[in-house]
Design a binder for this molecule. Structure first.
Ligand SMILES: C[S@@+](CC[C@H](N)C(=O)[O-])C[C@H]1O[C@@H](n2cnc3c(N)ncnc32)[C@H](O)[C@@H]1O
Length: 374
């Protein structure tokens, strides 16, 4: 299968099941689907100040009954699975109205669920009637085409996006499955003649996380319910190929204009290719002992001119006073703040008598390893 057999970076106007069935099988790396929710709204909804709530009452969200909705859902999920590569994954977003039905059908069709993610809305719409909890989240199901296949998850990128630079190794904490993000509002919300262009336009921040986590530059990202083209806009910015399918010609027009106005910066590998742990091989502190770069019993100094000294134990831990732990734990204990030990501990260079940071020894190990591999 060649990329050129696909309508890359293109919006297809039509019914997604028919259009998907016309695409080559095993050709797409990632699907993001924001299908009709089947909200089953009855009557109009009014706020206490007598303004009408702009709810989803569109014709595309109407189904005769659950059976009709299930038949539709099964058809498009099956069609997506056919076009996904064996290594491909799919995200489906929904609410309590539909997500349980979608999840059941996904499992029945052979998808293997990897996570369900709660998009917790920081600015949800209130429950105007005051008869239920404010519905403040949507659920995303992330699944692979087949259990056990290799798939893309940019784990390190998600940790970095989580932005907790306080922990050892300088990376953040693992990204959790509850994502706090606002609804799509303000300038990002597309308008036509002053009215919302679409009732359910998703925020780009949500798609940014999805696409960055589960695809790589050059991959093909397909959205069978393209709407205003949020998936395409973010994929384009992140240098992924995108394909959108949308039935409604008004939305297709809106999405075309949006995609045309997206300026992606020219491709720079350093910016867009996510380096995982393989890019910066992990070096346990004990490796420095194994390689004879430091010796058991040797003294390490906290800071270039600091007074605090610790002894290196044979197992790679440090002992300071009566406290024993890793280079990070002992430094954090003394400093009473989270510390990356690699940047705080110094050894005395036997040649010069100068203190040198131990991170330089880690770099030396990395250099030697990559020379060995070359
Ligand atoms: C929930 S909205 C998607 C909104 C989109 N994520 C965005 O950010 O703008 C669902 C979209 O699917 C479209 N749609 C519904 N049924 C369809 C079908 N069978 N084939 C293609 N598109 C369909 C609707 O017109 C609607 O625009």
């Amino acid at each position: 299968m060649k990329h050129s057999d696909l309508p890359l970076d293109h919006i297809i106007q039509g019914d997604c099941v028919e259009e998907l069935n016309g695409l080559p099988e095993n050709s797409v790396d990632l699907v993001f689907a924001d299908p009709p929710y089947n909200l089953q709204l009855q009557g109009e909804l009014w706020r206490p100040n007598l303004t009408r709530v702009d709810a989803v009452s569109d014709e595309w969200d109407q189904f005769a009954d659950f059976a009709a909705y299930d038949a539709f859902t099964e058809a498009w999920l099956r069609a997506c699975r056919r076009v996904l590569k064996e290594t491909g994954t799919i995200w489906v977003i929904g609410t309590y109205h539909n997500i349980f039905r979608v999840g059941k059908l996904m499992q029945d069709l052979g998808y293997w669920i990897l996570n369900d993610v709660a998009w917790v809305k920081t600015n949800p719409m209130p429950n105007f009637r005051g008869v239920r909890f404010t519905n403040a989240h949507e659920t995303l199901i992330w699944a692979q085409k087949r259990r056990g296949a290799r798939y893309t998850f940019n784990y390190e990128a998600m940790k970095r996006l989580n932005d907790d630079s306080s922990s050892p190794e300088g990376t953040g904490k693992q990204m959790r499955s509850d994502w706090q993000l606002p609804l799509c509002v303000g300038d990002e919300r597309l308008k036509v003649d002053g009215q919302k262009a679409h009732t359910t336009q998703k925020p780009e921040a949500l798609l940014y996380r999805v696409i960055l986590a589960s695809s790589n530059p050059g991959d093909v990202v397909l959205d069978p319910f393209f709407g205003t083209g949020t998936t395409g806009a973010v994929a384009k910015k992140l240098h992924r190929h995108w394909i959108g399918i949308e039935r409604d010609e008004t939305y297709v027009r809106v999405a075309h204009e949006r995609l045309a106005s997206v300026q992606s910066l020219s491709f720079d590998e350093e910016v867009f290719v996510i380096k995982g742990k393989r890019g910066r091989p992990r070096v346990p502190f004990g490796t420095l002992l194994e390689r004879g770069l430091l010796q058991p019993g040797q003294t390490l100094y906290l800071d270039p001119k600091g007074e605090a000294q610790a002894k290196i134990l044979a197992d790679g831990s440090l002992k300071w006073d009566s406290f024993t732990g890793s280079i990070h734990q002992v430094a954090s204990h003394i400093k009473k703040a989270p510390c990356n030990g690699w940047q705080y501990w110094y050894y005395e260079d036997p040649q010069t008598g100068q203190r040198q940071v131990i991170d330089e020894l880690r770099e030396r190990v990395r250099r030697e390893r990559s020379e060995d591999e070359a």
